[in-house]
Design a binder for this molecule. Sequence first.
Ligand SMILES: Nc1ncnc2c1ncn2[C@@H]1O[C@H](COP(=O)(O)OP(=O)(O)O)[C@@H](O)[C@H]1O
Ligand SMILES: [Mg+2]
Length: 239
Amino acid sequence: MTAEGPYPVAVTMRKPGPPLLRVRGITRHFMVSGTRIDVLHDCTFDVSRGEVVAIVGQSGSGKSTLLNVLGLLDKPSSGSYVFDGVETTPLREGRRSRLRGEGIGFVFQQFHLLERRTALANVGVPMVLGGVPVLRRRARAKELLESVGLGHRLSSQPHQLSGGEQQRVALARALSREPALILADEPTGALDAASSTMIMDQLFDQSRVRDAAVVVVTHDPKVAERADRVVELVEGRTR
Ligand SMILES: Nc1ncnc2c1ncn2[C@@H]1O[C@H](COP(=O)(O)OP(=O)(O)O)[C@@H](O)[C@H]1O
Ligand SMILES: [Mg+2]
């Protein structure tokens, strides 16, 4: 960036302060018909607002398990996970789901859209759960779909959209409550190169423009290369 050029937004907007995510010594095991399977052994890292962190690792190394913990969809077996200043491990489900709804947006490889609903309705789902009134919800969903280049597909259902378009609907849905944290589990795994680039550009924009933290699980070296930081999972341990 040259002195006369525009200053990067991340520099002007990033607030100093504690990390948004503080993960310390997280472990997770599962009991499967009496046998204990240790999946996460020791995961320790921080993620700040405005930061894009890529999680990489072999298939089965525990990436999705870790992401579920970060998204408060699952509890670790031990360790500490502080999200936005709140130690989450002792919290009951009600409080966890409120934190999740208000603070975290999810994007998955398989989109997870409601099949017989329009793009507009799909984007509105988190706002329904958040009690946003119907007119505001529709206006905001329309605005979000326009921002991902789908203003002309508001009434389309998932089966009428390409994979890339469905993922853009899923991304708009993830952003509908302006989450501080966006979690993406191989969001470009089912997409062609052009759609992947578009999705990743929009994820990176969230960190720069809104100062969101983005944690993205990926196999794509190009995605990892663009991230601010890469966390590697090796047999359930972060490196
Ligand atoms: N609910 C579960 N019960 C039992 N084993 C699980 C469960 N969830 C994940 N695992 C196991 O944990 C390991 C890591 O899974 P996962 O986190 O999905 O890996 P990755 O996303 O890195 O491919 C796998 O061996 C998987 O079978
Ligand atoms: Mg996975």
